[in-house]
Design a protein around this ligand. Structure first.
Ligand code: GLN
Length: 239
């Protein structure tokens, strides 16, 4: 068995240790004796060249997001949409999550038109939403991490959030929604990095990728003692 990970825009979208999520996926896949290869793609148009099982998009500040617009506007948007609809496992963090929606209007009023794959929009606020935070997914996983964004995201037309905020701000600091979940696409404001702090969530993504590719995906358990200690520490200190 083999899983292929595409890491999109790794140089431009990589805040607060986001690429640690890719390392975490790779390790947790290989520790199960499953082959894994990561491909760094500077253009989402390269998605056309290969059949990736997991696509990762990290966070990026407004400026870095604006640099990606040309790539998105020249065909990459359609390829990302195709992957979302095909049920490829996609994890998109903060600036990467915002890219999947309709647009992001910065606090200064500049509007970046994004790919509109999912029906939501983001508007920048003066005060950044920053801090350690926690939310609960619809399948009752408690996710802990760190958020730092100006954008306030609003989901439209019954689009489902990834979870409900327990502590912190999440999508907009008002409606307690956090992130988005559609098919096998997961968008979140959770840096952290998310996956090393939340191994059950990492394994859920891997299992979904295995099921899509091979029809079954039960993973052997790993010793998560260190991860649990780290979670307990973050919980005690900040949550
Ligand atoms: N530029 C976006 C915002 O501030 C995303 C920031 C990020 O990825 N941390 O809302």
């Amino acid at each position: 068995m083999k899983l292929k990970i595409a890491h999109l825009y790794p140089d431009l979208l990589n805040l607060y240790g986001d690429s640690g999520n890719v390392l975490c996926l790779e390790r947790r896949i290989k520790w199960r004796n499953i082959d894994c290869m990561t491909y760094r793609l500077d253009s989402a148009k390269l998605l056309n060249k290969n059949d990736y099982d997991i696509i990762f998009i990290g966070g990026g500040q407004d400026f870095e997001q604006s640099l990606i617009l040309r790539d998105l506007g020249s065909g990459a948007d359609e390829l990302i949409k195709r992957e979302i609809e095909n049920g490829t496992v996609i994890l998109a963090i903060c600036g990467g999550f915002q890219l999947l929606g309709n647009y992001y209007e910065t606090y200064k009023g500049e509007r970046m038109k994004f790919i509109g794959a999912l029906d939501f929009y983001t508007v920048g606020g003066e005060k950044r939403l920053i801090g350690n935070y926690a939310f609960k997914t619809s399948d009752k996983m408690k996710i802990i991490g760190f958020e730092n964004h100006s954008g306030r995201t609003y989901l439209c037309n019954n689009l489902k959030p990834l979870g409900k905020v327990i502590k912190g701000c999440g999508n907009n600091g008002k409606d307690k929604t956090e992130g988005v979940r559609y098919k096998n696409t997961f968008g979140t404001y959770c840096h952290g990095p998310l996956l090393p702090k939340n191994p059950a969530f990492a394994d859920m993504l891997i299992e979904k990728a295995l099921i899509k590719k091979y029809g079954e995906g039960k993973l052997a358990p790993l010793d998560n003692k260190l991860e649990m200690l780290a979670r307990a520490q973050v919980n005690a200190l900040y949550l």
